[in-house]
Design a protein around this ligand. Structure first.
Ligand SMILES: N[C@@H](CCC(=O)N[C@@H](CS)C(=O)NCC(=O)O)C(=O)O
Length: 343
């Protein structure tokens, strides 16, 4: 059998398994399961500071982590009614489909095949290019100088596809060296097993800042000109849960647009702006529509702040990473983040 035939068989098998095992989870709605259990189970990274990693006290922090905490707040009004399950690139989607986790916010690129094969991406909580990181000593600063380079890559990620695409497009003969977990991938790169490491550029910036002996020894450059939408996902077949996750993410963006912060949320309750009053649940209706507390959006901002505050403390100017907002600014400010109407 040729390699391609095996690939088709494995894909077909995965599809079958995906269909069979996701069915029992639909007997009870996810929100009922979550309420009965008393906490949300969130698929997490295996450790990328800024997106998802436990701090020195074991408390989970990061943009993806706080996105998930927003869902816990929407349901329980408690950002800590949550459990984080670290997952490798390959484990994460099956974990969602089998019901091991309720939601997957883990630097997950929204692609057609993932979407079609059993997950529902909600809204992007981060836009980013895939990038390469290389030691400066190799003197390479752009893709078309990478001919023959070996690239450490984690399986189960879109980056596996990107390495091959880039290699084909620029005729580079790149040599992927594949690992099944993030620690092994990074360790291999830093020990010189590969010339380059590939993943989302912001994750590379995080790895360089937190794991390189000397960050200045490494250069990061885009692998493609195509931007990815990284979107927390839920499994197919549960619209109420899909809506809960979507509007929890939207609450962070809309709060930023309305100028509502963790510090001023209480003061904003007296705003005369009907939009702000609906958002905060002063005027009822939104909570009823989603079968959540009328104050769910207020609670999210009160416990976590808005998207700008979360971005700044995890990735931006209030963090060691100092990543620019760039495409992750609100649409109003020239970015791609588009808050929807809370009515
Ligand atoms: N956005 C890409 C890549 C995201 C990703 O999972 N990256 C791998 C490394 S290539 C990873 O493990 N990231 C971080 C982590 O587990 O902490 C995707 O959805 O496939």
């Amino acid at each position: 059998m040729r390699g391609n035939d095996w690939t088709i068989l494995v894909f077909a098998g995965a599809l079958l398994v995906g269909t069979t095992i996701s069915t029992p989870g639909q007997a009870q709605s996810t929100i009922e399961t979550v309420k009965k259990r008393g906490h949300v189970i969130c698929g997490a990274s295996q450790g990328t500071v800024g997106f998802g990693a436990p701090d020195s006290n074991g408390y989970w922090r990061g943009l993806d982590v706080e996105t998930c905490r927003a869902i816990a707040v929407a349901i329980f009004n408690d950002r800590d009614k949550i459990e984080f399950v670290p997952l490798s690139g390959q484990q994460r989607i099956p974990a969602l489909q089998t019901g091991e986790i309720d939601v997957l916010p883990r630097t997950l690129t929204w692609t057609l095949r993932r979407d079609g094969n059993g997950i529902n991406p909600t809204f992007a909580n981060y836009y980013e290019y895939t990038g390469f990181m290389m030691p400066k000593a190799l003197g390479v600063t752009k893709v078309d100088e990478m001919a023959g380079a070996s690239v450490c890559v984690q399986t189960g990620s879109t980056t596996e596809v990107v390495v091959n695409d880039v290699s084909t497009k620029h005729n580079l003969g790149l040599k992927p060296v594949i690992f099944d977990n993030v620690a092994a991938t990074r360790q291999a790169f830093f020990s010189g097993r590969c010339d380059a490491l590939i993943t989302d550029a912001a994750a590379l910036a995080s790895v360089r800042a937190t794991q390189a002996k000397n960050a200045d020894d490494y250069v990061i450059f885009p692998a493609t000109q195509y931007m990815d939408a990284l979107a927390p996902a839920v499994r197919h077949g549960d619209d109420q849960w899909f809506d809960t996750v979507k509007w929890s993410i939207q609450a962070l963006l809309a709060a930023e647009m309305y100028g509502i912060t963790q510090a001023n949320a209480d003061q904003m309750l007296t705003s005369s702006d009907p939009r702000i009053r609906r958002f905060l649940g002063v005027e009822p209706g939104n909570g009823t529509a989603l079968r959540l507390d009328e104050k769910f959006a207020y609670n999210i901002v009160k416990q976590l702040g808005n998207y700008a505050e979360i971005f700044d403390r995890n990735l931006g100017k209030g963090s060691p990473l100092k990543i620019e907002r760039g495409p992750n600014r609100l649409f109003r400010d020239g970015g791609l983040m588009f808050p929807l109407d809370f009515q």
